[in-house]
Ligand binder design. Structure first.
Ligand code: ADP
Ligand code: MG
Length: 421
């Protein structure tokens, strides 16, 4: 007889009960339905595909955007004596061959892949031979241009569907805006999916906006008032370094994290912060996906973030353990002015919109007839050069057009898979 989901949870994870919606999601997957899990970060999405995959015969294919996330999950599974592998980048063909063989003949339960790997011929060939029980698309919002983490290759995951049309798909994400959800359903070609959405209300999290003159002083006050681990979000790399220095000089153990810090150093700092050798992580939005530290007591935004969605995601990293925690947003009159200016700057005038739109249509017809194309940065530059357009202004106009849905319309019209600017 098949084991029940609860038995599996207890046996491998040693948890006694499910978190909200996990049980319902697992049941839907076991019934063979396409399923959509919208749970906040830390809501326990991994278990939603791992438990049913362990119950069913065969192997579960997991698509994940970051090698660090894959390795972390694979390690956790292996520690439970569950056979799982990730296909790292940069391995030799022969190694790849062996690893894929294991998935066909070796009773493996989980194969983690990046969407880029999935495009390789050898990978697709071997996938055809595998007895796949479930396709899990983690961080599924990467498929949508409306999200912050758009990844063009996510749009090609559909190929798995074509190889194994009968295998159910589960999409998992913490981004729940309607546009993102619609995109995911369409791009993954989900069939009458069962959508499970958990309320994102966080009763243990206090949100505060503070109008202050001296942000540094306020920051130290908050840190004094609420002991425990903290994240301070800043707007750019320079501020990350400066503020981290300031905190250290003022007696708070801090470090910084941004896109320019090299990978090894990033891991080192992240781990020091995890182990609480360092209390405060001063970071740009590069400190994002995959942070799962339950006892972050304060998330402080030193400047106003770009969008309300990113604010919510970032602030939501506080208090995962359910204990009282605080999200502070510090602002002053300069911030108000900056936001106002930014807003004005990104809105192009109507004449300019018309001009860029006309040229864009023109350019599309000349450069792309059929097939799948992506406008990458260099193509964008060529486009600007061709028409002697100011790059910055054009960029803003295109973003504006994108927001109005014009670019999406053109995509459909020109059969393009993505326009990534
Ligand atoms: P998400 O992907 O939604 O951000 P994860 O799958 O990474 O969340 O899980 C977050 C944490 O919650 C992990 O440490 C996981 O072990 C824990 N967790 C998941 N399900 C349960 C459960 N039923 N009971 C207790 N802890 C759980
Ligand atoms: Mg996750």
């Amino acid at each position: 007889m098949l084991k029940s989901p609860l038995k599996i949870l207890q046996q491998y994870w040693k948890h006694n009960s499910f978190k909200p919606l996990q049980e319902e999601i697992i049941a839907s997957v076991l019934e063979g339905e396409d399923t959509f899990a919208l749970l906040p970060t830390g809501g326990g999405k991994s278990i939603c595909f791992q438990v049913p995959a362990l119950i069913k015969e065969g192997i579960c294919i997991v698509i994940s955007p970051l090698i660090a996330l894959m390795q972390d999950q694979v390690l956790h599974l292996q520690q439970k004596n569950i056979k799982a592998i990730a296909l790292p980048s940069g391995i030799k063909y022969s190694e790849l061959d062996t690893l894929l063989d294991n998935c066909i003949y070796g009773n493996y339960k989980f194969l983690y892949l990046s969407p880029e790997r999935l495009q390789q011929d050898i990978v697709q060939e071997r996938l055809k031979q595998m007895n796949i029980n479930l396709i899990a698309v983690d961080e599924a919002h990467c498929i949508s241009q409306w999200g912050n983490d758009f990844r063009p290759s996510y749009k090609k995951i559909e190929v798995l569907r074509k190889i194994h049309p009968a295998v159910p798909v589960i999409a998992l994400t913490a981004s729940a805006t309607k546009e993102v959800v619609d995109d995911i359903v369409a791009e993954l070609d989900l069939f009458q999916p069962k959508i499970f959405k958990q309320s994102f209300f966080r009763s243990n999290l206090g949100y505060r906006v503070e109008n202050v003159i001296d942000k540094k002083y306020k920051l130290t006050q908050i840190l004094d008032q609420y002991p425990g681990t903290s994240i301070v979000y800043v707007r750019n790399r320079k501020s990350a370094v400066e503020l981290s220095d300031f905190l250290n000089e003022s007696g708070y153990l801090a470090t910084y994290y941004h896109g320019g810090v090299d990978a090894q150093e990033k891991t080192k700092r992240f781990n020091q912060w995890l182990k609480e050798e360092i209390r405060v992580m001063v970071a740009t939005n590069a400190f994002g996906m995959g942070i799962d530290k339950p006892n972050v007591r304060t998330v402080i935004h030193y400047t106003i973030p770009e969008s309300i969605e990113s604010y919510f995601q970032e602030a939501g990293r506080a208090g995962r353990d359910g204990k009282p925690s605080f999200a502070y947003l510090l602002k002053n009159t300069n911030d108000n002015q900056r936001l106002h200016n930014q807003f004005i700057k990104v809105l192009p005038g109507i004449d300019e919109v018309k001009l860029v739109y006309r040229k864009l249509c023109n350019y599309f017809q000349i450069s792309y007839g059929e097939g799948e194309q992506t406008i990458h940065n260099f193509e964008f530059n060529t486009f600007c050069k061709t028409y002697e357009l100011n790059t910055l202004i054009t960029y803003n106009t295109l973003q504006f057009l994108d927001r109005c849905g014009v670019i999406r319309f053109m995509q459909r019209y020109t059969k393009k898979s993505s326009v990534h600017i």
